[in-house]
Ligand binder design. Structure first.
Ligand SMILES: [Zn+2]
Length: 285
């Protein structure tokens, strides 16, 4: 089976109150990385899962109505932290990125879409329609900044094709094999945002989907605030529910993810706003 290399990166940080994101945490300001990931695919090349922030986000936060977004989650971003700047260190240019998989359309995940003019955007068909007509304050309220989408966003978007999932994905009933080669699968985890997905990557060719999770990496996006919470299914503070698109749907998604991880405990878990779990050591061959 085709395997990919998964490199977790982050482009900037957002500041938030710790007690809102983790039960029992202190009421203090904490910086959270705006995570994204570079996937190196043997034939598709450099693939991105989200982008983190770009300089466009702080710029939008300097004027109305983006300034409100900036008040809720202030952003810190150095020029050398952008996705583009970091990919350059891997010898990857903007035009090399032909595939960009979008977990959901919150500004901290799609801040740099405009930096990748050759990319096809892969996303859940449910992610954009509920946001498309939102403008100004109504968009900001949904952590959505329409100005971050390139003008040809819809023309370059390709809806993920979800199909009945093999039993190894239970309790997920539907899954999308993004490139049709078994290397990366999108799992629907809506709730935090409409049409949100998590991405399951095969990082070893021999990894079995119905095994203990060895050789698999789960990019859980914002389905949990911490890797620990992804594994335990624990909720954030009730106040953080205010940011949810659909609280009940989010709870069901979190439970599914927790149950899937319990059945595949050796899966490496990476959530967008926490430190990634370390990669497993390479097996002796
Ligand atoms: Zn989000």
């Amino acid at each position: 089976m085709t395997a990919v290399r998964v490199i977790p990166l982050s482009a900037g940080e957002c500041l938030n109150i710790a007690a809102l994101t983790e039960r029992g945490a202190a009421w203090r300001i904490q910086a959270y990385p705006a995570g994204f990931a570079l996937l190196l695919h043997p034939t598709r090349g450099a693939v991105l899962f989200d982008t983190g922030y770009s300089s466009r986000v702080p710029a939008l936060m300097r004027r109305w109505p983006g300034v409100l977004y900036g008040l809720i989650t202030p952003v810190r971003l150095q020029p050398q932290q952008t996705a583009l700047a970091q990919l350059a260190r891997w010898g990857i240019t903007a035009r090399d990125v032909r595939h960009l998989i979008i977990s959901h359309l919150h500004a901290d995940h799609v801040g740099a879409l405009r930096d990748f003019p050759a990319a096809t955007f892969h996303l859940d068909g449910q992610a954009y329609p509920p946001l498309r007509s939102l403008k100004g304050l109504r968009a900001v309220r949904r952590a959505f900044l329409p100005e971050l989408l390139p003008p040809d966003f819809e023309a370059r978007s390709q809806a993920l094709t979800f199909e009945a999932a093999p039993p190894a994905f239970a309790p997920f009933a539907r899954v999308a094999d993004v490139f049709g080669d078994g290397s990366v699968y999108a799992l629907p985890v809506p709730g935090h945002a409409p049409g949100m997905i998590a991405l399951l990557s095969r990082t070893q060719e021999t990894a079995a989907l119905d095994g203990d999770g060895s050789g698999l990496t789960l990019l859980a996006s914002d389905a949990a605030w911490t890797t620990k919470a992804a594994r335990t299914g624990e909720e954030g503070h009730p106040l953080s529910n205010l940011l949810f698109w659909d609280v009940n749907e989010g709870r069901r998604s979190r439970e599914k993810l927790r149950d899937w991880l319990a059945a595949h405990p050796r899966t490496r878990v990476i959530v967008s706003h926490d430190q990634p779990e370390p990669a497993a050591p390479e097996p002796d061959v």
